[in-house]
Each structure stands twice: as C-alpha cells, then as structure tokens.
Design a protein around this ligand. Structure first.
Ligand code: HXC
Ligand code: NAP
Length: 288
C-alpha cells in the first residue's frame, strides 16, 4: 500500500480482530492495519480463503496475521475466536465488525429464512462479537475499541435490501448505545458508513450483470466515481488509532456525497445543460 495516511508504526501494539477480513474491504483494511504495525486476526467461515489472505498479507507487511475460522452467528465460535487471539497475541485491543451478508430482492419475494440469514450475519454477528469482546475487556480492566462497518442506508433505509437495512440500522444503534454505556470502561465504539466501493462480494450480489444494463450505479454518484479501498482503509486506521481517542459514538460517512446528492430535492437539476440555464436567464432578464 503506497498511500497510507498514518506513519508506519502508528498501530504497533494493537491486536485487531477483523471479521470478514479475508475478502473485499475487510482484506484491504487488514492489509493496511498490518502495514501500520498491528497484529491482525482475520476471521470468516472459509478456512482456505482466510489462510491464503493471511499468508499474502504477512508476506507483504512482515507482520503476523492469524486466520481463525468463525461463524459470527454462533456465540461459542466467537468466544473461541477471542481465546485463539489471546493465546496467540496475549491480548486484544480492537474489534472491527465488518462481516456481512446481503443480496437484492423485492422484499415480498424473500422467505423468512432469507431475512433471518442476513439479519443474523450482520446484526447478531456484530452483537455477538461486541458482547464477547466487551465482557473480556471489562473483566480484565483493559481499554477496548470497536469499529463497525455499516452503510448509509442504515439511517435512510432502502428498498430491495430491507434485511440488510434493518440489520445495519441495528448495528448503528449498537454502536451509539455502547459508546455511551461503555465509555466508563475506556471502551470506544464508532462506525463507518461507506458508499459504493467495488468488491466481488458486494458487486456480484447487488449489481449483477443483467441489472447493470438497466441501472448504472455511477449515475447516482456526484463525483462520478466509486470509492478507493485505500480511502476507506485510511479512515479505519485513524478511527482504530489512538489519534482518534476522543471520538466515540460517531458514524463517519465516506461516500463522495452520494446519499445527500440523492436526497436533495433539486440536486438532480445538475442534469440540465448550461445552454438551458443560459436560455432561462435570458428569458428572466427580458421579462424584468
Ligand atoms: C433471495 C436468497 C438469495 C437471493 C440466498 N437467499 N440468496 N433469497 N435472493 N439472492 C435465501 C436462500 O434461498 C435461503 O432461503 C436463505 O437465503 C439462506 O441462503 P443460504 O445460501 O443457505 O445462506 P448462507 O449459505 O448462509 O449464505 C449467506 C448469503 C450469501 C448471505 C446468502 O450470499 C453469503 O454467504 N454472503 C456473504 C458475503 C456477502 O453477502 N457480501 C456482500 C456484502 S455487501 P430458503 O428459504 O430458500 O432456504 C454489503 C454492501 C452494502 O453489505 C452496501 C453496498 C453499496
Ligand atoms: P465481502 O467481501 O463479501 O465481505 C463480507 C465478508 O463477511 C466475507 O469475508 C465473508 O466471508 C464474511 N462473512 C459472511 N458471513 C459470515 C459469518 N456468518 N461469519 C463470519 N464471516 C462472515 O463484501 P465487502 O463489500 O467487502 O463488505 C464488507 C463490509 O462493508 C460489509 O459490512 C458491507 O456491508 C460493508 N459495505 C460495503 C460496501 C461496498 O460497496 N462494498 C458499501 C457499504 C458497506 P465468508 O463467506 O468466508 O464467511
């Protein structure tokens, strides 16, 4: 990684567990955190994916990356993840709740099991991890830091991804609630709400090819570009670092202005060509 915002010893001494750390944004964030000197644990359901990513990141950064298989929906597996981390590194300082499940569907076409599946990965997975790690920090009188990856529709809501919207809204409530309740134990809790950052996991499920022919996601973006993984990883590194020690209970949006652009009643007037504005101005002046 060439574009790191923090100096490359900024996270020495941190032991960071990244759920969903073997792929996509979780992997990109894990790579930067490891470059910055952290000991990183990556976890998800797929052993082969985790081992490959852990080896590749370690080879790039020279720092240990531990792969641990864990389905975050299962509390006993989360407890095992915590124990494996302590066994390997002697402590844990940071939890990055990044694992998610999602797909697009008209809500009325979903089975109850499909709804459960997404909510269980996103919301139950995040509170399982927060609870297990929080209990550990409180019992052992250690400082802790939790960073949760949500989305901008955690606060706007969105059709066609309703289980995910419900679950991410819950994670945002979890973030803010624990920020208030556990600050006294020196445990911080923040969230990042990314806009579109291309990953195989998200793109195959949310923008499948047949739909790309009907809807062009770039048109929703005022900057006419998607996010760059390093932009997100730098923000996560800052919120994990001690430089952000007084930030607690915050959700930081990183979406190039996407949600505001689409919320503003007249913003889409930017599609009106300059010539039309010139003509309108001319007509207005002629009238007055
Ligand atoms: C409708 C679906 C479906 C789909 C699965 N189901 N895919 N229903 N549309 N596309 C239904 C199944 O039919 C089944 O219900 C139930 O969901 C469980 O499906 P399984 O395949 O058995 O579940 P599982 O193996 O646990 O896999 C979970 C998963 C899968 C969520 C379905 O996609 C996954 O593993 N995802 C992990 C990675 C991921 O989703 N990444 C994207 C995150 S992107 P029935 O009743 O039929 O048995 C993201 C970005 C947000 O969050 C913002 C972007 C801008
Ligand atoms: P991704 O690569 O599909 O990441 C999701 C990860 O979650 C995978 O590594 C997956 O691994 C893991 N996971 C799923 N179910 C799990 C379970 N039960 N237990 C443990 N791990 C599980 O997608 P991504 O785009 O990088 O998404 C990462 C995060 O960013 C998510 O929280 C997503 O909502 C958020 N986000 C992404 C975007 C975007 O544009 N990409 C925008 C907004 C928010 P396994 O399948 O191996 O378990």
């Amino acid at each position: 990684m060439n574009n790191m915002m923090l100096r490359d010893d900024a996270l020495i001494g941190k032991v960071i567990v990244v759920t969903g750390g073997g792929t996509g944004l979780g992997r990109s964030m894990s790579e930067m955190l490891s470059h910055l000197g952290a000991s990183v644990v990556i976890t998800s359901r797929k052993k082969d994916v985790l081992e490959k990513s852990a080896n590749e990141i370690s080879a790039l950064t020279g720092n240990k990356v531990l792969p641990v298989v864990c389905d975050v929906r299962k509390y006993e597996q989360v407890e095992n993840l915590l124990q494996q981390t302590i066994k390997e590194f002697g402590k844990v300082t940071t939890l990055l709740n990044n694992a998610a499940g999602n797909f697009i569907s008209p809500t009325e076409r979903l089975s109850a099991k499909a709804f459960d599946t997404v909510v269980d990965i996103v919301l139950k997975g995040s509170y399982n991890c927060s609870l297990a790690f929080g209990k550990y920090w409180i019992e052992n009188k250690c400082a802790g830091n939790m960073l949760n990856i949500v989305t901008t529709y955690a606060f706007t809501g969105s059709g066609f991804v309703v289980p995910s919207a419900c679950a991410k809204a819950g994670v945002l409530a979890l973030t803010r609630s624990l920020a208030a309740e556990w600050a006294k134990y020196n445990i911080r809790s923040n969230a990042i709400a990314p806009g579109p950052f291309p990953t195989e996991g998200a793109w195959t499920r949310l923008f499948p090819e047949p739909l790309q022919k009907i809807i062009d996601p770039i048109q929703r973006l005022p900057m006419k570009r998607v996010g760059n993984h390093e932009e997100l990883a730098n923000l996560a590194s800052y919120l994990i670092s001690d430089f952000s020690g007084y930030i607690n209970g915050e959700v930081v949006v990183i979406d190039g202005g996407e949600w505001l652009y689409n919320a503003g009643q007249f913003t889409h007037f930017d599609k009106i060509p300059k010539e039309a504005w010139d003509m309108w101005e001319q007509m207005r002046k002629e009238k007055s």
